[in-house]
Design a binder for this molecule. Structure first.
Ligand code: NAD
Length: 368
């Protein structure tokens, strides 16, 4: 078997249930190292509240440089009530924003897949979501969350004004659209681009630039444009009409959360954030579950580790060129669900309830 050398992975478990779910990921990486002759070098460090507790800083420069040097970062979750009153720059979430911004992770990929075994966990009718498999590509480093000017300023009559600015350039739009088109090529060749071109100039530009890229480079892709509010409605009415959806930072934030809830459980949803290719063809990347640190269940060994395990599968696929291993891991998860094993959050009648570590062990047993 081929030894895959120098695959450096940085694990940042973070806060709350982060370390518990990351523990299962570590076991799986160790299994791959031992049984598949892969040679991942794992480093692990503090981020978020855990880093603040030790360093008074949600991410140190040292950890940041480790992230720069690794092929992929896998993050658990950050945050918790203990840190809610810290000043903005010290908050656990600042670490995430810094990693996304400084690693230039401009494309956030959030699959929404409805596992056939868990159709009943969704609040929608089974026929609407059964077999659902969509991918939302959200622009992550531009738009209204980063645009200048921004702030809150006093105005006349003792009033204040809150200001944020929504801006996008041609290259910002086209690089994220390219990610969506390339993903669609490996799926059903269908992309829906969402904006509000009816009321926003930046939306008009978005529509025109996505179309221009498609016309120039992706003639085989079926591209349609949809207003973001209509997309929010269509996701509930008939989500299976979509394959890949590409949209900006703000609309993507909302639409990807909505799509996530179609599937019923936060504990199952992975995500990837990808940057540009460097001259060696490598992309910077970070993988994390969609859920947060779940302080209400932290430390009880009952969290669902599947979202983080599927985040590892995405890393294998998108950063490490290990599609076979990624498929093997995804199949192992499916197979454990087929066997009726469920963590508390997805438990239903006649199924067998297991804890976090049992779920990880069962997935490893399937890999074998
Ligand atoms: P959350 O996702 O942590 O939890 C929402 C609900 O889902 C809770 O009831 C929780 O118990 C449950 N849940 C979440 N993940 C689960 C899992 N893997 N298994 C079983 N149940 C699970 O969202 P929240 O409660 O709004 O936020 C809690 C903290 O997490 C806050 O400090 C928030 O800022 C932070 N947060 C962090 C991230 C991140 O790190 N990317 C994302 C969202 C929220």
């Amino acid at each position: 078997m081929i030894k895959v050398k120098d695959r450096k992975l940085l694990l940042l478990p973070g806060d709350g249930i982060g370390p518990e779910v990351m523990g299962e990921v570590k076991k799986i990486i160790e299994w791959f190292n031992k049984n598949k002759s892969l040679d991942f070098k794992i480093e692990e460090d503090l981020v978020g509240g855990a880093s603040y507790d030790k360093h008074k800083n949600p991410i140190t420069d040292e950890v940041f440089y480790k992230a720069l040097e690794s092929e992929a970062v896998i993050l658990g979750a950050v945050g918790g009530p203990k840190y809610d009153n810290l000043e903005f720059s010290k908050r656990p979430e600042r670490a995430l924003l810094k990693l996304r911004k400084e690693l230039k992770l401009f494309a956030n990929l959030r699959p929404a897949i409805c596992f056939k075994q868990l159709v009943d966990a969704s609040s929608l009718k089974p026929e609407i979501i059964s077999g659902l498999d969509i991918m939302i590509v959200r622009e992550l480093t531009g738009g209204i969350y980063f645009g200048e000017p921004r702030g809150i300023e006093p105005i006349e009559n003792n009033e204040r004004k809150g200001i944020n600015t929504h801006t996008y350039t041609t290259s910002e739009i086209q690089r994220v659209a390219r990610v969506a088109f390339d993903l669609a090529k490996k799926r059903k060749n269908k992309v829906t681009s969402c904006e509000k071109s009816n009321v926003m100039e930046a939306g008009v530009l978005w529509r025109e630039e996505v179309q221009a890229l498609k016309d120039k480079e992706y003639s085989k892709i079926e591209l349609s444009h949809m207003l973001a509010d209509n997309c929010a409605m269509q996701l509930l009415r008939n989500p299976k009409q979509f394959d890949v959806i590409v949209t900006d930072n703000l609309f993507g934030d909302i639409l990807s959360d909505e799509a996530a809830m179609l599937t019923g459980s936060l504990g199952l949803l992975p995500s990837a954030s990808l940057g540009a290719k460097d001259k060696n063809g490598k992309i910077r990347s970070m993988y994390e579950p969609v859920h947060g640190s779940a302080p209400d269940i932290a430390g009880k060994n009952i969290a669902n580790p599947i979202a983080t395990i599927l985040s590892l599968a995405m890393a294998l696929k998108y950063s490490l060129d290990l599609d076979k291993e990624a498929n093997q891991l995804e199949k192992a998860v499916q197979s454990v669900l087929d066997d009726g094993l469920r963590t508390k959050d997805i438990m239903s009648k006649n199924m067998k309830e297991v804890n976090t570590s049992d779920m990880g062990n069962a997935i490893i047993a399937k890999l074998k």
